[in-house]
Design a protein around this ligand. Sequence first.
Ligand code: SF4
Length: 362
Amino acid sequence: MEYLLKQFHDPQLCQALVRDLQQRIGDGFRFMEVCGTHTVSIFQSGLRSLLPDNLTHLSGPGCPVCVTHEREVAAFLDLARQPGVVVATFGDLLRVPGPEGRSLKAAQAEGAQVEVVYSPFDALQLAQDRPGKHIVFLGIGFETTAPTVAATLKTAKRDALSNFSVLSLHKLVPPALQALMDDTACAIDGFLLPGHVSAVIGTQPYAFVAEKYRTPGAVAGFEPVDILAGLQELLRQREAGEPSIANVYPRVVGDQGNAKAMALMEEVFAPCDTLWRGLGELPGSGLEIRSAFADHDARQVLGIEWPEVPPLPGCRCGDVLKGKLSPEQCPLFGTRCTPATAVGPCMVSTEGSCAAYYKYRL
Ligand code: SF4
């Protein structure tokens, strides 16, 4: 296995692929990756410095923490203040800034009960261990994490765990791609599509990108060779004048996706309109908990609404997430906004593009 993985780091193969990109690049090409893991991998592996100058790399809305809307952040910060409520969350939401510089971390310091968990099932365990408290799990993430949260909700219902609920803030990737395509100012020539999400949904949900918008797409893995092969495929499609959705990650992604995971999602969640930071409200881009599981839907159980809040002053995360602005072009980048003094979520999250640009600055 280790030997096989090493092949995806092979320097000679990478150099050959980079040379091929240089020959094919022509007048230039703007590609967007829609996965925070791709963002980090492109920097961490050093690929960004090897790519031809006119192969422009844009980081899209692929970091779940970053796309969580300001109003959703304000709602869960209010929730953390409610007596008797314990907020269970993945660690990367802890420092996400909300209105007036509030965060879950600050709330925790002020006495709010905020617990970091590594899986939604850990939150379920908290509910079993603390029957006098109501545990709310913050369900953020894309199609990759939603099936596990769905399985957790099914378990909570089966065990009649009345002190456990989920605040579903999940987002779906294809509607975000559609919004980016509809905004011609984003000027995206091709998409490097997310390997993890595609392992669940397959390749068909992206077909509209090639068919309606005549834009190439390639599902790619996260090793350097995977990413370069994905870029090579995008340029090949452009040369051929035949946009399609290619799968250059077949060792993990099947074109039909994972039927079991999708059935779980379908059973527990229904698509709904939802808010995205930077992209606004997108039709059918979120997942709400179906009425059969209403007893474990935090919005229903605790009457949660999305409060009106002002945008974070000076933060340009919205434009960064649409590829309209490189993190370094934000006036606060590296001055007022650093990982230690983050103004926006793109600098907080380990998968945020501002954080990646800062950490791996060339
Ligand atoms: Fe927001 Fe900071 Fe990124 Fe600017 S550098 S867009 S303030 S997170």
